[in-house]
Ligand binder design. Structure first.
Ligand SMILES: Cc1cc2nc3c(=O)[nH]c(=O)nc-3n(C[C@H](O)[C@H](O)[C@H](O)COP(=O)(O)O)c2cc1C
Length: 218
């Protein structure tokens, strides 16, 4: 009897070690994003004329091609040889990760593989901000700084550079949205500790800002 329960316990432990996230993310699949369309987009000066924040979103989902283009524009790899990105980052630390919250679940944008990696099989959109529209926007981007990538930088500078670097990414999203007729708004009104908990972030990962994206409400 004792031997059976010991074996069962060992089996349970093995399963837990192999599948540490059995309760989350197990049904969510990785999404291979589509190659960004490089011939799209309106002239820059017209796009700048149209850039604005909007807070009224349709619940319509973004097509995969649009999501793929938008994430590449945000912070994709635009130089394969060096792995550098569409937005600058101080000392090229590339510490900002883009998490993508949709109705299906939470993903992490892997720029190198141009893939969305599953994080949580839960709709956490409501937790991404303090404003009601965040639950309706089909996509909420969460910009998270991975301080472990920032080396010996002082604590103050980690916060300063992460915020600055996020600004460039956010503006890329604003410009893509203005070009494509999408609605977007950058958001600082975020309960960061609560969101970090929901996202199961490590202590050295910090939520900087969030940004909602979708089609404008008709
Ligand atoms: C860092 C930052 C944080 C912001 N936070 C919020 C926010 O939490 N909620 C919101 O509705 N708008 C937010 N905004 C959008 C601003 O309110 C908006 O940019 C400003 O009113 C100017 O409007 P415009 O973007 O249409 O030019 C934020 C903008 C920035 C740059």
């Amino acid at each position: 009897m004792k031997t059976i329960s010991f074996t069962a316990a060992r089996l349970a432990l093995t399963v837990l070690l192999i599948c540490p996230t059995l309760t989350s993310g197990q049904e969510l699949k990785s999404i291979q994003l589509l190659k960004p369309q490089m011939d799209g987009g309106r002239p820059l000066m017209q796009v700048l004329q149209d850039r604005s924040s909007s807070r009224e979103f349709s619940t319509e989902k973004l097509p995969l091609q649009v999501l793929s283009n938008m994430l590449w524009a945000a912070f994709g790899v635009n130089r394969q040889d060096s792995g550098k990105r569409t937005a600058p980052s101080a000392s090229n630390r590339q510490e900002i990760d883009i998490y993508v919250a949709t109705a299906d679940g939470l993903y992490l944008y892997d720029a190198k593989a141009h893939t969305l990696k599953p994080v949580l099989a839960e709709d956490i959109r409501a937790a991404t901000g303090r404003q009601p529209f965040v639950q309706e926007a089909p996509v909420n981007l969460i910009y998270v700084a991975d301080f472990s990538k920032m080396g010996e930088t002082t604590a103050e500078d980690k916060v300063f550079y992460s915020a600055a670097n996020t600004g460039f990414i956010g503006q890329n999203v604003y410009l893509y949205c203005a070009s494509e007729g999408l609605a977007t708004v950058m958001r600082g009104l975020v309960d960061r500790p609560a969101l970090a908990k929901v996202m199961k972030l490590r202590p050295d990962q910090k939520v900087i800002l969030a940004q909602s994206v979708g089609y404008p409400k008709k």
